[in-house]
Write a protein that binds this ligand. Structure first.
Ligand code: AN7
Length: 379
């Protein structure tokens, strides 16, 4: 079996042009001009990976692809929106940026702010963000305040602070964030040569599902794709306000990135769901952790728990026969391949503590080959 095709180390003529980030790649779809300074860490261009194990679980005609956003520069999809939000902040003369975050937004904001020489200020819910994300915000030089309250409280505070002070809010209520994040949908279409039939995505503050739907619609309007996907969003069961239709005062889930009880983009998430004929469902922490381990152990992809919500949702809907029913309802012949894309929003190294809690820790043994061989089942 071949796992990789060696590519020549010389022969510059055949080398593709260097990637220069999502603003450069999709300029004509974005609100930038030649006057906009480009603050980029070369985000985007993330791999779209075929999953044999998930495709087999669903069976023909379904082909499942994973868009691994954990490979962005700061390890999450937030970088797509942040390159634009920070570039526009610099263009408008801002000196400092501000955000509330369950972790990834703060990691991204502080990195892009560092690159742009802006000050960054971050509010996080105390004790509720993954270690890797906290370390990122701190090392990039953000001023970080842990607030005795959850994410929703932090978001209220930063909204008010941005009214009172000359500081640019870079949460996804900043429209440039959504504009940048829609490039993920563009990349999916560019690689597949068409829109997928279904796009599955974790939902927290609901900016990303909003951005993806906007991206697909703009590509459709621009004649780049002939059809639109069904959008399927997944919240964690203990933090599922959009599913229940009610604000969740005390959201609970091990997927800290999506521990959000009152999403800012609630209405536009409903719009994405309804216009695309999709759904927003809840998945349990146990389903999330099963998908998290399956991705790591069968696809070789280490994602953070929140990211596994899309795959947990895929497996739950497949078990209930949803995908077959939906194709039939739309009169699609079952022998045409049906393409599904799951967004994997963030990298597993963001939250190493969760991985260590999920798996038995290694045994410690004396440096003796017999004892070690026996313990690991070699004989
Ligand atoms: C890995 O960083 O809200 O529905 O403050 O980090 O667009 O909010 C993170 C959200 C999914 C949900 N997966 O996306 C923040 C924050 C990961 C995330 C989501 C987040 P949205």
């Amino acid at each position: 079996m071949t796992f990789a095709t060696p590519s020549p180390s010389t022969g510059a003529a055949s080398r593709p042009a260097a990637w220069r980030g999502v603003i450069d790649a999709y300029r004509s779809f974005l609100p930038v001009s030649t006057a906009t300074p480009l603050v980029t860490l070369l985000e985007g261009n993330t791999p779209l990976i075929y999953s044999k194990v998930l495709s087999q679980r669903l069976g023909e005609p379904f082909h499942v692809y994973l868009k691994f956003e954990g490979l962005n520069p700061t390890g999450s999809f937030k970088d797509r929106g942040m390159t634009l939000a920070i570039s526009k902040a610099v263009e408008s003369g801002a000196r400092a940026v501000l955000c509330a975050s369950t972790g990834n937004t703060s990691a991204s904001a502080s990195a892009y702010a560092a690159k742009a020489n802006l000050r960054s200020l971050v509010l996080i819910p105390r004790g509720a963000i993954a270690l890797g994300k906290l370390s990122q915000a701190l090392i990039h030089g953000a001023r970080v305040v842990a607030v005795d309250g959850n994410f929703d409280v932090c978001l209220q505070l930063v909204r008010a602070m941005a009214q009172q002070h000359p500081i640019t809010l870079v949460n996804s209520i900043n429209p440039f964030r959504i504009e940048g994040q829609k490039t993920c949908a563009f990349e999916v279409c560019d690689v597949l040569g068409r829109a997928p039939d279904f796009h599955l995505i974790p939902v927290g503050n609901a900016g990303n599902i909003t951005a993806h739907w906007k991206g697909y619609r703009e590509y459709h309007r621009g004649g780049r794709i002939a059809s639109l996907p069904v959008m399927l969003g997944f919240q964690a069961r203990g933090a599922a306000p959009i599913v229940s239709g009610r604000v969740v005062k005390v959201p609970k889930t091990i997927a800290t990135a999506i521990r959000i009880g009152n999403p800012a983009s609630w209405q536009s998430a409903l719009q994405a769901r309804d216009e695309s004929g999709g759904r927003i469902d809840a998945v349990s922490d146990r389903q999330i952790l099963e998908a998290y381990q399956l991705l790591a152990q069968h696809d070789g992809l280490f994602v953070e728990p929140a990211s596994a919500a899309s795959v947990a949702g895929l497996l739950a809907l497949a078990r209930g026969g949803y995908f077959r029913r939906d194709l039939k309802r739309r009169g699609r012949r079952l022998k045409d391949p049906a393409l599904l894309v799951c967004t994997l929003t963030g990298h597993g190294l963001k939250d190493p503590e969760r991985a260590l809690k999920s798996i038995r820790p290694p045994r410690t043994l004396p440096p003796q080959i017999e004892a070690i061989s026996k313990a690991v089942g070699l004989r």
